[in-house]
Design a protein around this ligand. Sequence first.
Ligand code: CDT
Length: 334
Amino acid sequence: MTRLLKVAAAQVGKIDIDTPYEEVVQRMIALLDQAHDKGIKLVNFPELTFTTFFPRHIIPFGPELDKWYQKGDVTKFDPFKPFFEKAKEYGIAVCVGYAELTDDDEHYNTSVFVDQAGNNLNKYRKMFLPGDKEPLENVPWQHLEKRYFLEGNLNWKAFRWPGTGTGHGGPIIGQLICNDRRWPESWKILGLQGAEIVCIGYNTPVSNVVEPGKASQMVNSDSSEAMATFHNELCLQYNSYHNCCYSLCSARTGVDDGKYSLIAGTTIVDPQGVIIAKSKTNEDELVWAEIDLDSCYPPRNRAFNFARHRRPEEYKLIVEQKGVKEPAPLEDEM
Ligand code: CDT
């Protein structure tokens, strides 16, 4: 049996701090145009697709910060509407990241999955927030996600995507946002719900603060870009492999404001962990493939047959303990 589906991971290039929504939306529509020409049914977009990665900046709380967020149904937000309307016109489902402000004034790093008829099928809020709550001193840029967002509270919910005609009760979809992809817990919870396609968007700086306060470790260099790209692929490939799923992984990339570099490496990974399509630029680019959802099942029925091989009764430590507790040190080795 085959259950074929054309899917895409849209990479979005540089967005400066003053790039207007309208410009980004037109670029996103151009990516949808390409997808439509190819008969693609699902396009995944990056984390915080519509704006520059604002958590790198120190922004005062209140209206100045809140202008980066959207309240209410994001598909009805005027500047974004042309994008969602075009996706609906083309009959393309989209998964898109944005900054969400709730009616209770809670801030989340969120992605929505909107089906080809324009229905909001699922909302996901980033669970693993990286970076800091308080700005670091002596660093050329910040990573203030812990300051600007609350930790996600919608868990990792897999859901069925209707209307694709691929049988088997409809494709099973899961969402992750950026740093979530580094944590096997996220993937396994989706894997345990049978997720067949995991949609991921990311903003990964070319270089990071390795040790807080050490500004010297934040320089851009080819080796740090290569390492960041290696870690990206490592996470996507291994986690797709042991959960027997496809992943669509979309980068926000380019050099924002002429100085903030984000890695590219938008990829589509298959259930064997193989990269089957990958971006070639660090600009707007549509990465696509025709996938066979049924290829999730041979490994699910054998090497990664969870019901047969997993040992949840032995995993207590994982749920009961948060940090590392080392065995007592050996006296004569001190
Ligand atoms: N956006 C995001 O989550 N970026 C992280 C890098 C954070 S380093 C402080 C990532 O996992 O790519």
